[in-house]
Design a protein around this ligand. Structure first.
Ligand SMILES: [Zn+2]
Length: 289
C-alpha cells in the first residue's frame, strides 16, 4: 500500500515531547507526527532535570525547536545552580528559546493538597516565582530568544512584571491563553503571541475559546501542551494509554485536530489558518535574530 504523505504543514507552538510519560511511546508518536505533517514544534523543558532530554529530541528530529526553562510548578524545587546551568545550556544552543517559565497562583490558592500533578513539589510563593521568572525573562531578552510563558490566576502580576521588564524584541508567547479578553490588547502591545489549546474546544470552555476572537491575526498560534490538556474525547484523532497516575494523556499528533476545531470556530478555511499560523510561528520562533 502506498502511504499518502501529507502536504499540509502543522506547527505546535507548545508541547512537552520530552515528558517521561511520552518517551516509551516515542517511535509511534514520531511516526504519527510525521504522517500528520508536523513542520515545527516548540518542546519546552520545565526543570534542569529534563533539559538534556529536550536537547536529545532536537538532535533527533529536525522539526523540534528546543526551549529551556524552570516552570513555576518546579520553581520551589530548583537546584541552587539552576541559573548558571540555564545560561550555559543557552550559550551552547544558539537556536534554543526560553520556556516554560511563568507565574501561577492556582497552585497556592486553589489546587488541592493531594493533586497528583503537584506531588512532591514545594509550591513556591508568588514573590519567589516572580524572581525566578524575571531572571529567565532577562536571559531571553538579552539574546532575543522567544519566551514561552505559563500563567494561571496571576494575570495582573504577570502584566505588571512584563511591563517593568526588558522583553525579547521578537516577542513572547502566552501559552494556552486563559486570561481576561480585555487584557489581550495590552499584552499584544507588549509583544505577546497567544496560543490556542485544543482543550478549549470543549463545550464547557466557551470563555477561553471566545477570547481568541479578539486575538490579532498576526499574533495567533496553535498548541497541544501534550501530554497535558487533552482535547474533548470526541475530537481526538490519536490516543495514548493512560498515564501511570491514571490521567488521560494528550497525543501531540492531535495538533491537526486543534487546527480543524479552531478553523471551524473562527469560520476560516483550514488552509488559510495553516498559512497564517506558519508565518506567525516562523516570525516568533525562527533562527534569524
Ligand atoms: Zn506547558
Amino acid at each position: 500500500m502506498v502511504k499518502t504523505v501529507s502536504t499540509v504543514k502543522f506547527y505546535d507552538a507548545h508541547n512537552h515531547l520530552q515528558d517521561e510519560w511520552l518517551l516509551p511511546h516515542m517511535d509511534r508518536i514520531a511516526a504519527d507526527l510525521t504522517d500528520a505533517g508536523i513542520a515545527g514544534a516548540v518542546v519546552n523543558g520545565t526543570t534542569p532535570d529534563d533539559w538534556a532530554q529536550v536537547s536529545a529530541l532536537a538532535t533527533r528530529f529536525a522539526w523540534v525547536v528546543p526551549s529551556y526553562g524552570v516552570h513555576p510548578w518546579d520553581c520551589g524545587n530548583r537546584p541552587a545552580d539552576w541559573l548558571g546551568r540555564l545560561e550555559s545550556r543557552l550559550a551552547s544552543e544558539p537556536r534554543a528559546h526560553v520556556g516554560e517559565i511563568g507565574l501561577d497562583r492556582w497552585i497556592l490558592d486553589r489546587a488541592k493538597p493531594d493533586d497528583p500533578r503537584l506531588a512532591g513539589l514545594r509550591r513556591a510563593p508568588l514573590d519567589e516565582q516572580i524572581e525566578v521568572f524575571t531572571a529567565q525573562l532577562a536571559l531571553a531578552a538579552a539574546d532575543n530568544r522567544a519566551a514561552s510563558i505559563h500563567c494561571i490566576d496571576a494575570w495582573g502580576a504577570l502584566f505588571d512584571t512584563l511591563r517593568a521588564s526588558t522583553l525579547p524584541a521578537r516577542g513572547f508567547l502566552l501559552h494556552a491563553y486563559a486570561g481576561p479578553v480585555e487584557m489581550i490588547k495590552p499584552f499584544a502591545d507588549l509583544g505577546a503571541y497567544f496560543s490556542f489549546n485544543g482543550s478549549y474546544l470543549d463545550s464547557k470552555r466557551e470563555n477561553q475559546r471566545h477570547a481568541f476572537k479578539s486575538v490579532p491575526a498576526d499574533r495567533l498560534l496553535v498548541e497541544t501542551d501534550a501530554p497535558a490538556m487533552p482535547l474533548p474525547p470526541s475530537l481526538e484523532r490519536h490516543t495514548l494509554p493512560r498515564s501511570p497516575s491514571d490521567t488521560r494523556m494528550n497525543h501531540p499528533a492531535n495538533i491537526e485536530a486543534v487546527y480543524t476545531g479552531l478553523a471551524q470556530f473562527l469560520g476560516l478555511p483550514r488552509a488559510q489558518l495553516c498559512q497564517l499560523i506558519e508565518s506567525n510561528f516562523h516570525r516568533l520562533f525562527s533562527e534569524q535574530k
